[in-house]
Design a protein around this ligand. Sequence first.
Ligand SMILES: Cc1cc2nc3c(=O)[nH]c(=O)nc-3n(C[C@H](O)[C@H](O)[C@H](O)COP(=O)(O)O)c2cc1C
Length: 155
Amino acid sequence: MIRQLLYRSGQLYEFTTQDMLRLLLQARAFNAQAGIGGMLLHQDGLFMQLLEGPVAAVDRLYARIASDPRHCEVRLLVRAERHMPLLPSWRMAWAEAPVDGELPVFAGVETDHTALDLLERAGSDRVAATMRAFLLGAPVPNGGLGCAKLMERVL
Ligand SMILES: Cc1cc2nc3c(=O)[nH]c(=O)nc-3n(C[C@H](O)[C@H](O)[C@H](O)COP(=O)(O)O)c2cc1C
């Protein structure tokens, strides 16, 4: 069995494209050696991330990510055990949701279309459905995100 975690959070740091590329490179290097995969989504100052892999390794990584000061109001949406990962061949896929009328924030970070296709094909799987809804701009589950709103006023 593998651990599957899905959380969402609010961005609390003004990431440049370079910062985001560096984060993904570092995450991919670590995740590859820990056998962890998943996908990081960004939409209008919010993150959603899927983490999948060995139970103890994913739980440990999530604890580290949750205390990362670059985001806030980290809320766990799904904590499950599954036979198979939803995204088997991805160390950490990436996609940014379009925000109406605005240019992509991280235009230089390559979208993983293969991972997006897998989410589409996963049909009614609740994790895939939650991630697809996030990318379509649906309200983020679990409310909150006061810190992200505060950040909007500060920036
Ligand atoms: C939104 C977000 C997602 C992240 N995802 C990962 C990840 O998938 N894998 C990873 O190793 N680090 C990830 N990180 C970085 C970790 O929070 C942390 O900085 C990194 O693991 C290094 O930990 P350390 O400073 O305790 O050594 C992420 C950070 C953020 C803000």
